[in-house]
Design a binder for this molecule. Sequence first.
Ligand SMILES: Cc1cc2nc3c(=O)[nH]c(=O)nc-3n(C[C@H](O)[C@H](O)[C@H](O)COP(=O)(O)OP(=O)(O)OC[C@H]3O[C@@H](n4cnc5c(N)ncnc54)[C@H](O)[C@@H]3O)c2cc1C
Length: 465
Amino acid sequence: MSKRVVVIGGGFGGLAAALRCRKLGFDVTLLERLNMLGGRARVFEKDGYRHDAGPTVITAPFLFEELFELFGENLKDYLNFKSLDPWYRFYFHNGKTFDYRPSIEDTNNEIRKFDETFWEMAKQIPSLIKLKSYLTVSQLVNSKLKNKYLRKAFSIHPLLVGGNPFTTTSIYALIHYLERKWGVYFCMGGTGKIVRELENLMLRQGITINKETDVEQISIINGKAENVVLNNGKKIPADLVICNADPPTVYSEMLPSEYSRDSLLKPKKFTHYSMGLYVLFFGSKKKFSDVAHHTIWMSERYKELLHDIFEKKILTEDFSLYLHRPTATDDTFAPEGCDSFYVLCPVPNLQGNVQWNSEGPKLKDRIVEALDKTIMPGLKENIEAEFWMTPEDFKNDYRSKYGAGFSVAPIFSQSAWFRYHNKDKKIPNLYFSAAGSHPGAGIPGVLCSAKVIEKLIIKDFKVSH
Ligand SMILES: Cc1cc2nc3c(=O)[nH]c(=O)nc-3n(C[C@H](O)[C@H](O)[C@H](O)COP(=O)(O)OP(=O)(O)OC[C@H]3O[C@@H](n4cnc5c(N)ncnc54)[C@H](O)[C@@H]3O)c2cc1C
């Protein structure tokens, strides 16, 4: 009889792990507490506008291709990844812009606007990607670049995966390498389309998917994960359990206390969580054709603002934003003649004391006002169908500890060997395929998590493809 695998959570890490286990011949059941798959990559629809809820930048599409190839299928029969240009547009508080582009020559022209030559910068790239992990991303970038705007543009990446560039280890400068090597893509139909096609692939391969199924506990009997207990009391037996849920939540809420993570190096109270996210979704009755697909809109304050968010954990009047305009590439996200947007604003996680019920609407007004005054004149009269997520929603919907936008933070003491591992130290049949076990790595890291546990499972259960 096939071994029974239970996967807790239907984010990308759960989907990839389920498919890889199925390929090994296991009987796989995936349980997701929400009414759709995708986790942070789920999709919202409102009044004819569609919004990917989270990830929008796809940097290593081959990792998705591999999942289809496992079953002799071709991703290109289902999904179309489009290369973007510019990759990102940076908008600075004084109106200057910088387009980070796929072609080195075009990027060179952009860099010249800031009186720094490309060759000065290009010769630094090898050291940008050398793992001087004792430096922070910001220290590494500042040691190579002089211009204050370029310094911001080239150090911002950790923020996209939950870290403060001033404390995140420079290992994460590798994101530049990932982008240069593989490019920056958008999946036509959105990231949600990838989730849908992976779900179809799972169903074609006979994986059982149960939505609106909340796991309350993992029962450990004789030291092994024996079954998972749902919030309605039902038990689902398992020969091995794979957690896609946030590892700190699994250890503190879903396992008996004697199994809670005992880290000799780092007591639980010193765990650092990523910042919170306020995400504003809206449509506009007019098109803003000059707005790029991805815009990073930066406030005047940089280091100080990040300190307020990450260390002081206070909500300030100013903010920096990431603006997503999928309709720049794909018209199907909005009714004809309209645009669909989301704005991501880094905010303190719930370790701070922000009253989101009252602050949520005020922050929306401040963001709309700021965009209207700068890159989106006329937004105030044309905005419609708006709604938002706060760190409270991240906590309630994804069971993310402290409502952290990206689980634990990608700092040195929580990365590489120090991170949550892909397999529990005491429970031999409990595995993790989740962002929290690869902090700061985004979708590529999560998909790689599933590859790691596939290798572990092959060894532990003596199976092969
Ligand atoms: C706004 C935003 C923008 C981002 N942008 C990018 C980007 O552009 N590019 C990029 O690469 N990455 C990006 N990321 C990061 C990326 O989204 C994550 O790294 C990745 O989606 C995490 O996948 P996951 O499978 O680990 O977790 P999740 O997507 O969080 O999935 C975990 C799932 O487990 C479920 N779950 C939890 N507890 C239980 C339980 N007890 N029972 C059943 N189910 C449970 C949750 O409901 C959830 O569906 C972004 C993230 C956010 C929030």
